[in-house]
Write a protein that binds this ligand. Sequence first.
Ligand code: NAP
Length: 461
Amino acid sequence: MNKDSSNIMALAPNTSNKRETVCIFGTGDFGRALGHKMIQSGYRVVFGSRNPQTSSLIPKDAEVLSHAEAAQKAAIIIIAIQRQHYNFLIPLAEILHGKVLVDVSNNLKINEYPESNAEYLAQLVPGAKVVKAFNTVSAWALQSGTLDASRQVFVCGDDMKAKQMVMDIVRALGLTPSDQGSLLAAQEIENYPLQLFPMWKFPILLSLGLTAFFFFYCLIRDIIYPYVYENTDFSFFIAISIPNRICPVLALILLALVYLPGVLAAIIQLYRGTKYHRFPDWLDKWMLCRKQLGLVALAFASLHVLYTLVIPIRYFVRWRMSSQIISQALNNKTAPLNNTYAWLSDSYVALGILGFFLFVLLGITSLPSVSNNVNWREFRFVQSKLGYVTLILCTAHTLVYGGNRFLSPSSYRWYLPNAYMLSLIVPCIVLVVKFVLIFPCLDKPLTRIRQGWERNPQYSE
Ligand code: NAP
């Protein structure tokens, strides 16, 4: 049998061998969608409803009975009903004794109740074995079959056998169960679908704050200063020039901030002489959102590339070039080719192109579909080694751009240096500390600490 045909066999539901009967309480959107999917996968489905009548909406191979009748037909009962209606289960406690109750419910707010819905269900029906599952899958995804993004189903429960039974159903539906442990994990599982891009909050707030700061900084230096001293109106710089100053500055700072926590973690581990002590909370959180910081940095770098590409077609640039040519012609003077400037300009552009290329490569390898296909060593090689090369190239790109202007007094307006000079502070700190850390006298103990060696066992938890 060829490989393709075996894959097709694996995907096709086994409808010839009927699986066990599963009961679903509630004929709402989720109950119906799950019931439909289960019937497709070969299960017999019986619905328990307040109104035990079939309708055109109910999957046609399913039975609809009263709650009590339906519960007696199956060992597993899926409660597809909102938590606030769970009270109706109390009179059914005797029938539900020993049954596996699957809590699929979600709340409207994070930590809405003191205990999770699943724990509340276990308190209401103490004789039943409660398992939390399916709450991260939507009725729409079940119905439309677009489960690619949410194939993972978190499962937790105190009874191992009951949890196994539910995980078997999850697998039979073509989904991937992820055992999260005991019912204590239910609160976290219930909070999961309510989180709004939790890892993006810090990178986005930070980049908004930095954007506002550098916008006003450039406004003062590049628009207000010339207006005050030269009575020149450069307010149109707001459209392209200032964004094209902010974007590379932010890209470089955020990229350096991706690598700064790793360097800080290394210093902390060296100081403590152990890796078995938790990092401070702020560092842990910072480390967890490095990928998002890197992606925001890449977005700013891409904008910088676009803004730079339009420079030749800008009216102001064309006007300035033609004015220079006319003034040279009027004065009968030509500027000779300055080889140093030519080298500086080409090197700065070349470093920028290479830096951006590696930046894009880093972004691509951080995508789950790509990172899932490389092993841990390959992933670390790209994200750490190539990441540092990217940081070096982008820092060098900015340094060469500055050229010999760093010490020139004309670069300072109201004592304020150019924004790109400020952007070099964090990357230079990261690169210098990283350079120091690769000296064998520090690298060797750090490697040993990361392999589990402890210098100061009193720090271990
Ligand atoms: P729904 O469309 O409002 O259906 C809820 C069902 O609960 C009703 O159809 C009704 O079924 C039953 N019900 C309502 N009031 C009741 C009461 N007082 N006593 C007993 N039963 C009552 O809600 P849903 O979207 O299907 O959601 C059901 C559960 O699945 C919720 O806990 C939800 O958090 C969870 N969930 C939903 C989704 C989703 O995408 N919709 C995704 C994940 C989890 P009968 O008329 O048959 O009695």
